[in-house]
Ligand binder design. Structure first.
Ligand code: MLT
Ligand code: MN
Ligand code: ZN
Length: 306
């Protein structure tokens, strides 16, 4: 199984277009090593048939930068076989609009995510992405139920792990049954290898420890390094709303790094890094500390072979 990290930044990317903080300014003036697109990945067990994990607004650029995902040899032949969504956040779903030219693909997502993307009703905030895309092709919207493995072809399966009920801001106040955020266990049945993709963690359920332990490689939410960095970096009142954004920090007592230390047998790495997170800078002390703990901070375009 091969995973390609198409993007590794949180919503807004790095640099974030409207941010003039020191790090974003250095990113604009610097090299590619200091830039990250919004997070998403592609996975394949045979190198020919690929599934996307989320679809960021940066997807068109990411597809051009990734030869494995180029079309051909037929004029309109593509290697993409479908999309798995972990949640309905804008940074994980708006890229679907940019796939409209392909005539439709299967999309797997939890029921609450499918509802968030559906037609808006007077009572429910919904993005309306599904009915718009349906006008452009034969999109197949499949409910990914917790703990149930979906067959993706070539012996690859995807099993959702329920993470939280955290809903996108546009769906505030709507009640959905079941999780609004999941992780996926991706299993290559013939090779017996497993990958865990969990880019949105507002909490750490016990079942996540089981999933990290069972995985050969785990890619996890590394949005914020500390619990209060957004306020410090931006000077915005109320800490910039970080506490309501639903991302466990990497460091500190409730941090994910301490959780990950319990799983030294699994290859572990962070994605969805916010521009305020010192981990976006390979020269930072925090980057060195995380890497010294045995957890990786990969770059856009990195390939992970399992
Ligand atoms: C999140 O991950 O919390 C969201 O993507 C934030 C956003 O971009 O609105
Ligand atoms: Mn996000
Ligand atoms: Zn910034």
């Amino acid at each position: 199984m091969r995973l390609i990290l198409l993007g590794t930044a949180a919503g807004g990317g790095f640099p974030q277009w409207n941010c003039a903080c020191g790090r974003c300014s250095r990113s604009r003036a610097g090299t590619e090593a200091m830039r990250r697109g919004q997070d998403g990945a592609a996975v394949s067990v045979d190198g020919e048939n690929w599934w996307l994990l989320n679809a960021s607004p940066d997807l068109p650029t990411q597809l051009v930068a990734t030869p494995e995902l180029w079309p051909g040899p037929g004029r309109r032949q593509i290697p993409l076989r479908g999309v798995l969504l972990t949640d309905a956040e804008l940074d994980h779903t708006l890229g679907l609009f940019s796939l409209r030219e392909c005539g439709g693909l299967p999309v797997h997502a939890p029921a609450a995510v499918l509802a968030s993307l559906d037609r808006p009703t007077p009572s429910a905030g919904a993005l309306g992405l599904r009915p718009v895309l349906d006008a452009y092709g034969d999109w197949r919207w499949n409910e990914a139920a917790e703990g149930v493995a979906s067959e993706l072809g070539q012996g690859l399966t995807a099993t959702p792990v329920a993470i939280s009920e955290k809903r996108p801001r546009y769906r505030t106040g709507v009640r959905d049954a079941g999780p609004s955020v999941v992780a996926y266990r991706l299993r290559d049945r013939s090779a017996g290898r497993e990958l865990l993709y969990a880019p949105c963690l507002s909490r750490w359920p016990d079942r996540l420890d089981e999933a990290v332990a069972a995985a050969d490689c785990a890619v996890l939410d590394g949005t914020f390094y500390s619990g209060d960095e957004l306020g410090h970096a931006t000077g915005l009142p109320g800490g910039g709303g970080q506490s309501g954004m639903g991302h466990l920090p990497v460091g500190g007592e409730d941090g994910t790094l301490d959780r990950l230390r319990c799983h030294p047998g699994t290859r572990r790495m962070y994605t969805h890094l916010n521009n305020t997170n010192p981990l976006v800078d390979p020269a930072s002390a925090e980057f060195a500390a995380v890497v010294a703990s045995g957890v990786e901070v990969p770059s856009d375009g990195d390939r992970i072979d399992l």
